[in-house]
Design a protein. Sequence first.
Length: 201
Amino acid sequence: MSRTQCMRALCLTVCFAIVSAASLAQSVYHMTTFPPNYYPSSINRYGVIVGTYLNPSTSHYAPFVWTPNVPNGKTGDIRIIGVPAGSDGFGIDINESGVIVGDLWPNTSFKTNGFKIGANAAAINAATDIISSPTYSVAIAGINRSGTVAGNLGEVTETGYFSGFRIPNGVMTVTDAHRLSPAGTFSQADAINDLDQVVGA
């Protein structure tokens, strides 16, 4: 499977987010549209959106964050997050504190990593922001309110991922102790809630 096929929602030609314009009881909504090549993937309770930007001049990817001018507003500003040299970055999820998680794909290796950055970060710091495993590739599934991250481990090939994991806030290295299934069995993490419960296959 190619990296492009692995991208979430990149097959969409028109990207948008529907954000509440009033209280849920009133059921009033509006649509915020994004420019071409911006692919949103997640939104938090304040209407801050994270996703992935495809640079058409280089064909490389970088995470972006869209922040409304007022909480849950329909206008705002887009900020592209810098990635370490030689990598593509993909924005996956954002929590209520604005902490962003996603994936990093090195251009010269199949060993992928995750990242976790603060709400106001301008770039991913390769020394402090990388979620990695000593042995396996890492792919991020989501982050909850407390900063616990769920994701998946895989062989350093393009054959796919085989074990879900969950790491508490502050942990950036994934080990076998964080796996959701015993060695030799398959699991897949798709999402995590605020009780640290992980759903998947």
